[in-house]
Design a protein around this ligand. Structure first.
Ligand SMILES: Cc1ncc(COP(=O)(O)O)c(C=O)c1O
Length: 377
């Protein structure tokens, strides 16, 4: 009955691409594997170490689930408070809270972009934006990674034939630590009457004076009307949000399918996000720490990058082949460190890599061990 699925799994096995879920325990910055072995974890997106901090600060909830979709009765006064706090944090008119960052990205793009529109999408955009593009009925064009000239060219050629054009991009690319050229994209968007949608999943909590993301650090917040963020990475919780004008928020509440047809964000996630946003001093302290460590590690490894990217706690180590990346990750594992090997389809063919994620809970000694264990590249 399942021959077709087994054939496809065999194909993955043959190509060394079969993946499994490994049950692990996480304690702060330690990862404990199934055999009880303790490793330093360089694989988490909990960049600020807020996940454990919030567990100790979040008040007990008397219900875990939100019990229904927001539009039925799942939207509580606490969800409303969280949305208001996010809007204040983002300095936007409104914010919409989604059950996950993935749902926020796919549900926003698929709802806003419609037939007769054109979407221009960076080739390295996250799967959630790609799915949003695919689900929408708009025409879609993928431009080479961060290539603003290509965007300008596509706009010159195709703008007139479309009602609205959307430029969709991650702000910080999750597998590269690159920042999108948002200033230049804003200029091109303004020249051609296009609208930017930016996914700040890895920028939120990290970039900018008020740590709201790359749009803030690059001074283009006012030119990017729709910014998507997640509560699940630097903010240490779970859930996603869209910071946007009120009319866009009202539109999403009425048209975004993952919002309408899914139970609202759980009460425990709502409470922990509220606590996170009520601790800006803690976020700033931890953000400053992790960004300083990222700069230090990049400099010790001799990895050159623009100043705007040097503090980003995502540090890819290029390897090339899948087998070499897995072997390098395994060697680190044997030395007591977890650094995941990232392979296609997450990254393009031939560009397998180690992806180091730093946390504010790492320290100089841990970085020293990591540097010793890394392959030369
Ligand atoms: C760039 C980007 N956008 C969106 C998401 C989805 O966020 P969440 O994990 O909150 O669903 C991720 C998560 O991996 C991501 O890396």
């Amino acid at each position: 009955m399942w021959d077709d699925l087994n054939d496809r799994l065999d194909d993955l096995r043959r190509r060394g691409r079969m993946r499994r879920l490994h049950p692990r325990r996480i304690e702060g910055v330690d990862l404990i594997d199934q055999s009880g072995r303790r490793l330093i974890n360089f694989g988490s997106n909990d960049y600020l170490g807020l996940a454990s901090f919030l567990a100790s600060k979040t008040m007990r909830v008397d219900s875990v689930g939100a019990r229904a979709s927001g539009l039925v009765c799942g939207w509580t006064d606490r969800h409303q408070l969280l949305a208001e706090k996010i809007a204040e944090f983002e300095r936007t008119e409104a914010a919409v809270v989604f059950p996950s960052g993935f749902a926020a990205c796919s549900g926003t793009v698929s709802a806003l972009c419609r037939q007769g529109d054109l979407i221009l999408s960076d080739e390295l955009n996250h799967a959630s934006l790609i799915d949003g593009c695919r689900l929408s009925k708009a025409d879609r064009m993928v431009y080479p990674h961060r290539d603003v000239d290509s965007v300008a060219r596509l706009l010159s050629q195709h703008r007139k034939q479309h009602r609205r054009v959307w430029i969709v991009t991650d702000s910080v690319f999750s597998m590269d630590g690159h920042v999108a050229p948002l200033r230049e994209l804003c200029v091109v968007a303004s020249d051609h009457d296009a609208t930017l949608i930016v996914d700040e999943a890895h920028g939120t909590g990290i970039l900018g004076d008020r740590f709201s993301g790359a749009c803030e650090s690059l001074g283009v917040k006012d030119q990017v009307p729709i910014r998507i963020g997640t509560l699940s990475k630097a903010l240490g919780g779970q859930g996603g949000f869209v910071a946007c004008p009120r009319v866009v928020a009202e539109f999403l509440v009425n048209h975004s399918r993952p919002l309408i047809y899914s139970t609202a964000l759980s009460m425990s996630a709502v409470e922990s996000a509220i606590v996170a946003l009520e601790h800006p001093g803690e976020i700033r302290r931890r953000r400053d720490l992790v960004c300083a460590m990222s700069r230090q590690l990049r400099s010790q490894l001799g990895l050159a990058c623009p100043a705007s990217e040097s503090g980003i706690p995502i540090i890819p180590i290029p390897i090339g082949s899948d087998a070499d990346a897995v072997a390098a990750s395994q060697r680190l594992y044997e030395s007591g460190m977890f650094v995941p090997a990232i392979r296609p389809p997450t990254v393009p063919e031939g560009q397998a890599r180690l992806r180091i994620s730093l946390s504010a809970d790492h320290n100089t000694e841990m970085l020293g061990r990591l540097i010793e264990g890394l392959p030369s590249f």
